[in-house]
Write a new protein. Structure first.
Length: 1276
């Protein structure tokens, strides 16, 4: 070792004994823990030479010396670098080595007397990495980190695609918006911008924002918006703004600023919309899918190698197994039996289903009672609720006594729910005994009693199965949480070192001045809530280079860790449940009988046919028929039976389905299910079953008129006409915004068109009723779900027309519901119908998750009312301490006299309904930190809030973010992903696309096989015989020629990316010259390839076709023809050539091919999402189109026109400040300009706005965006 200590050396043997001693790792771990505590105690607001920080520094140097000593002991025992088992051969020891070296350098600088300076400060910053040594100590944490590291190659490939997107949109941003955001409105002869508009640029021409008549717009005078960091002056700043946009936070403000400065409304909107669609919806969904796929694959591999299912669970730990083997437990069980004679009948009584039903009812009553508490209720209601609580406590105490007597101590306490009940009953008894103990004591006990509602979960079988699946995936949650907590701590300490006490965070609630504040700031960035604001403050105080800190944590925390959490849930759903395991074993047994039994094949085939018959009989019993109109439509409710042997839920993981033997029958089980699913979606072939019955008791099956009507109604041309009219009626709905008067010319035309469309739809409806019958028999019009939807929409349109001009609210409702008319397109567009069928298949499971979410919201809502009910109210005069003092006038900070008002934020916890609305906002992770700060400031009722009065209250909000947002939302996504994969495994991937899209995908697969890369080069093609073409062919096929062209592409992109605002004329000339040079090179490349391959052969390769378009488009620029923006667009398209580099990278090519293969399905998801947005946009125009502009409903964000409504909903879709938009849609008297702008003196009772926004966020933002991940994950 170290060329000094041989194997038999006493020193080396002693070192081995030290590191192998059982207390060695414990001592090192204790030293790491104490060192972490010292790091957390650092005060960044005090000077480094203060007594407190100096003492911590001395202690830090002691631990640096300790770890250095430990390092020497390790390398003496193991050797440093050479030989098997050497110190540096272990990756975890390499991490330790880096940390020890950084600590040693700090120690050396201290010993030689160096202080201050950037180098010392930098080394001190590296102290934050010391907690990473924890990973090498705990095996569970090493497994979690190793899983992340194993996924890094694939994640890196996805990041390369994402980086290409940054470059493309960054260069586009530089070309379009460089230097455009510096203009501001100024008062004449003033150097100070108008304070209220300091962050909003002006343009003054071309539709850009104009200043007031008394102001002037001065360009290149003001700073850039958002602390000067939002700009597109060069590729670095443009990429940072691009990254911020991809996180879908604060992007709408940047878009509004660019529109105000440039006036390019359409171009700017398209820039941001396409960036979010291709970047956030597609590329980042691909990153998430890669992480999930790698985690699930690695977890299954670990499970196979370890042979232990659910490794890491505490119930399978050696300690727990030893505990169960303790002899005292067996002896105690023998002595604690209850031999009384009345035990058996008591046991039968407490185990009777009706007894459990009665207890469940009492739990529901208990929940409803606790939910009835609210701020400002009268004493009579309070007394009633308290009496009810006492009675319920007595009832639950009686239940506990009966169960103790009937089950005995061992069986009673052997059930975790009974232990839980026992604790809560004791708490309830204490609550009754301490009625005079004060509100704080009662509230504490009442908070515990709320948790009794958890018992409801085990009474619902589906919920129990759901939680069982989730629990399987969360077996390693302890170590994952430990790793996450470790990195939150590291980034918090690092943030304290970088930003603690800096000027950028003065008076900011999110800061890094202490460990608690820093941890909250880092955790809030994990959820992406306001992360860009924190980044701007940090950069303003510590320099722009610190943006790397925030971007790194966003990539690691917001994307990698959140995706890993989702991956654990998906992994749990991919595991077999107990019922699925039994079904699989039964299938394997039958397969063995079929293979080895004398008549196994025939018996198996007969059983399969009998099973199919029983399955279809169950479908028929549930009203799910194979018949339809003869046309391919008609999904009526849930398709698949809930049978535990052949329900869709029972389909195991995709690999199991694919690997099922095919010899057991000619029509395997999954093929039978596919037939039933497709028959249910598209209907059976003619003759339809409804033609066996009379229609409307008038038209017999043999009626010639009925047959003619049937043929017309099901003719493809008639269908195309109806589809066209539906589209035109949707366009008319979009045109009919609130500004259109009924008596105007446009209003009259739209009304006449509405009448015409409705007339045609009525005729279509009656034609189908005549052909199919109304309702009396199988296959009738109202027996098909899509027909019911069509009929309801048509009837509402007729009623709206007949009662036109009436001011009745019901008539306005009918006119509003006309927005559902585009839904009729779903049944007529196969791609949308397929995906809608998939969503309907997922409906029962999604419903279970929604029920779980409702349960969580109710529990946390009750807790929130108990903790914060009535405590968010405050006076507009901050110097006032109590509501009684909040009256009269006061002089504000702006020197203006104002009237004091006692106001309440719109999102509060005054009653359970309002609390659940606030919790939903928190679940979307939009502005939850703002609510958390209000909770931390809350005092008692009627008292003015005080900053950080109760900092521990933040735990309530953090807990709900973990359980209600990260946990519940990811369960929703996990269910959606799992259901999609299972359905795809049954009916096949290509059944989610149209026939044309399927042919396109198959052709693409064939083309990819033809163009496979072998050892990095294309398969050799046949050389031309003509000697000139032969030499040209050899030249363009040479590897060096391809490398040279790729180098030119990269250099061309680099020069384009180097363009920046304020560049010198010489640099501009250089760039133009190099553009001409590269254009000539690419023209020569094209000419040489055409000469070698002929023009027809050249165009066979899609990359050559892409190159040819770019080359032809570059010719006008080479000729000196001025094309305006077209020149920039063509130059930008050149960056598409970078994809040619992907052909040499296998993992990149695989990811890119996966994106192409999923393109048809993603397009279908996007089409259905746009249809949903269209419907909600029309609804929004009718509901909120006439709202006055306020603080959040503005000139750019409103529902006044269809375009604005659609754009506003796109902002809501990305959850960028959506809760603020809803504030102006509520019936509240807002106090303008006070704090965050969402405080009101009073609010009316309204359900329209919450229902509208909550439904849209659930459907569009959660479900449809989750489908993007599901589709991409299915390709892996």
């Amino acid at each position: 070792s170290l060329y000094l200590f041989h194997e038999r050396s006493r020193v080396r043997k002693r070192a081995w004994r030290i590191i192998r001693h059982p207390y060695f790792d414990k001592v090192v771990m204790a030293a790491i823990a104490v060192n972490c505590v010292l790091l957390a105690m650092y005060d960044p607001t005090a000077p480094d030479d203060s007594s407190w920080n100096a003492s911590l520094a001395y202690a830090e140097h002691f631990f640096s010396a300790f770890f250095l000593g430990e390092f020497f002991v390790q390398i003496v025992a193991r050797n440093f670098f050479i030989g098997p088992g050497a110190y540096l051969h272990n990756p975890w020891f390499r991490l330790d080595f880096v940390i020890v070296v950084s600590g040693t350098m700090t120690l050396v600088m201290f010993m030689i007397g160096a202080s201050g300076g950037g180098n010392v400060s930098g080394m001190r910053t590296l102290r934050a990495l010391k907690p990473l040594r924890t990973i090498s100590v705990f095996p569970g944490m090493r497994v979690q980190v190793a899983t992340i590291l194993d996924s890094m190659p694939f994640i890196g490939s996805a990041m390369v695609l994402l980086g290409w997107l940054y470059v493309v949109y960054g260069v586009v941003g530089v070309y379009l918006y460089a230097g455009k955001l510096t203009s501001r409105c100024y008062a004449p002869e003033s150097d100070v911008a108008i304070a209220e508009e300091a962050n909003l640029p002006c343009g003054g021409a071309g539709g850009a924002r104009s200043c007031a008549t008394s102001e002037v717009c001065v360009a290149s005078k003001g700073d850039y918006p958002n602390y000067g960091f939002t700009n597109f002056d060069d590729i670095a700043w443009a990429s940072l703004t691009t990254f911020q946009t991809l996180t879908m936070r604060g992007w709408s403000d940047v878009m509004d600023q660019l529109e105000a400065a440039t006036g390019s409304l359409v171009a700017t909107k398209m820039y941001f919309i396409t960036l979010i669609v291709f970047g956030s919806f597609f590329a980042l969904s691909l990153v998430t899918a890669v992480i999930i796929a790698q985690y699930v694959r690695q977890s299954k591999l670990d499970e196979k190698t370890s042979g232990v299912e659910g490794a890491g669970g505490i119930l399978n730990s050696p300690w727990f197994r030893r505990l169960k083997r303790k002899p005292w437990f067996v002896r105690a069980k023998r002595y604690l039996q209850t031999p009384w004679g009345w035990q058996k009948p008591t046991r039968r009584f407490v185990e009777h289903p009706r007894f459990n039903t009665a207890i469940t009812f009492l739990i529901l009553v208990n929940t409803a009672t606790l939910a009835s508490y609210h701020h400002g209720m009268d004493e009579g209601m309070r007394d009633t609720l308290e009496t009810t609580n006492v009675l319920l406590n007595v009832a639950f105490a009686i239940e506990m006594v009966l169960k103790l007597g009937g089950l005995g101590l061992i069986d009673y306490f052997g059930d975790k729910f009974n232990v839980f009940d026992f604790v809560i009953v004791i708490v309830g008894i204490l609550e009754m005994a301490l009625q005079n103990g004060g509100l704080t004591v009662l509230r504490a006990f009442r908070l515990v009693r709320v948790l009794r509602s958890i018992r409801i979960l085990r009474t619902y079988k589906r919920m129990k199965v759901l939680m069982e699946n989730v629990a399987k995936g969360l077996g390693t949650m302890f170590w994952f949480s430990a790793v996450l907590l470790l990195f939150v701590f590291i980034f918090s300490v690092l943030g304290m070192q970088l930003f603690g006490g800096t000027a950028g965070f003065e008076d900011a609630r999110n800061n890094f001045d202490d460990l608690g504040s820093a941890s909250l700031a880092v955790f809030s960035m994990l959820t992406a809530d306001g992360w860009h604001l924190t980044m701007w403050r940090g950069m303003s105080g510590a320099g722009s280079a610190t943006a790397l800190y925030f971007v790194s944590w966003m990539m690691l925390g917001h994307y990698v860790f959140v995706a890993l959490f989702l991956a654990m849930i998906v992994y749990g759903f991919s595991q077999e449940t107990e019922d699925e395991r039994v079904a699989r074993e039964e299938r394997e047994r039958l397969q063995k009988e079929a293979m080895y039994g004398p008549d196994g094949e025939k018996k198996k085939l007969a059983r399969e046919r009998e099973r199919k018959k029983r399955f279809e009989e169950r479908l028929k019993a549930r009203g799910m028929t194979r018949a339809s109109v003869g046309r391919r439509d008609g999904l009526d409710g849930s398709v698949l039976s809930d049978d535990d042997k052949r329900r869709l839920d029972g389909v195991p993981d995709r690999d199991v389905v694919v690997s099922a033997p095919m010899k057991t029958a000619k029509r395997p089980e999954h093929k039978i299910t596919k037939d039933v699913v497709e028959a249910q979606i598209f209907g059976s072939e003619p003759p339809p079953v409804f033609m066996k019955h009379s229609s409307l008791f008038v038209f017999k099956p043999q009626s010639a008129f009925r047959r003619v009507v049937f043929m017309v109604a099901n003719d493809k041309r008639f269908e195309a006409i109806i589809l066209t009219l539906i589209f035109l009626s949707a366009v008319a709905l979009a045109i009919e915004d609130p500004s259109v008067e009924e008596t105007s010319a446009l209003g009259t035309v739209l009304f006449n068109l509405d009448v015409a469309f409705t007339t045609v739809f009525v005729v279509e409806m009656f034609s189908r009723i005549i052909a199919q019958g109304l309702i009396m028999h199988e296959g009738a019009y109202l027996r098909v779900g899509w027909n019911v939807l069509d009929g309801v929409i048509v009837v509402m349109s007729v009623v709206a027309i007949l009662l036109r001009g009436s001011n009745l609210s019901i008539v306005r409702s009918f006119r509003t519901l006309r927005a559902l008319r585009p839904l009729r397109m779903v049944r007529r567009l196969r791609s949308m119908q397929l995906l809608m069928a998939t969503l309907l298949q997922c409906a029962p499971q999604i419903g279970n998750v929604m029920l779980l979410g409702l349960f969580e919201f109710v529990i946390f809502g009750i807790l929130g009312v108990q903790l914060f009910g009535g405590k968010f109210w405050r006076c507009t005069d901050g110097s006032v301490g109590h509501v009684d003092q909040c009256s009269g006038a006061f002089i504000g900070a702006d020197g203006v006299s104002s009237t004091r008002a006692w106001v309440n934020p719109v999102y509060n916890f005054d009653h359970v309904g309002q609390a659940m609305m606030s919790l939903f906002v928190i679940a979307t992770m939009d502005g939850w930190v703002e609510l958390a700060h209000r909770g931390m400031d809350a005092r008692e009722v009627d008292f003015q809030p005080e900053k950080n009065y109760a900092p521990a209250n933040v735990l309530f909000f953090v807990a709900f973010v973990l359980l209600g947002s990260l946990f519940w939302v990811n369960i929703l996504l996990g269910v959606l992903i799992d259901r999609y994969r299972r359905i795809a495994a049954v009916v096949g991937d290509m059944n989610f696309v149209t026939e044309g899209q399927q042919r396109w995908a198959e052709a693409l697969k064939m083309k990819q096989k033809q163009n496979e890369v072998v050892h990095g080069e294309k398969a050799a093609a046949e050389e031309p015989r003509f000697f000139i073409r032969k030499y040209l062919f050899r030249f363009v096929s040479h590897r060096y020629f391809e490398v040279y062209i790729l180098f030119c592409i990269a250099a061309n992109v680099a020069i384009m990316a180097a363009q920046h605002e304020g560049q010198s004329e010489s640099f501009t000339s250089f760039g133009e010259t190099m553009n001409v040079v590269f254009t000539v090179i690419f023209i020569l490349e094209c000419s040489l390839k055409v000469g070698a391959l002929t023009f027809k052969g050249y165009l066979k390769d899609p990359w050559n076709r892409f190159d040819f378009v770019i080359v032809v488009g570059s010719l006008p620029e080479l000729a000196g023809v001025e094309m305006g923006p077209g020149t920039t667009i063509l130059r930008i398209f050149r960056m598409g050539r970078l994809f040619k580099i992907l052909r040499g990278a296998r993992s990149l090519r695989a990811l890119f091919d996966s994106l192409l293969l999923t393109a048809p399905t993603l397009a279908n998801v996007g089409g259905l999402l746009f249809l949903a947005m269209f419907i909600f946009a029309v609804l929004g125009m009718n509901l909120f189109g006439e709202l006055p502009h306020g603080q959040f409903i503005t000139d750019t964000t409103n529902f006044s026109t269809f375009g604005n409504s659609l754009m506003t909903l796109f902002k809501v879709l990305t959850r960028d400040g959506w809760s603020k938009i809803m504030v102006d849609a509520l019936d509240c008297e807002l106090v303008e300009g006070f704090l965050e702008g969402d405080y009101a003196t009073s609010c009316g009772v309204t359900f329209t706005a919450p229902a509208f926004f909550v439904m849209f966020v659930l459907i569009a933002s959660f479900v449809f965006l989750g489908l993007f991940v599901a589709v991409m994950l299915d390709e892996f």
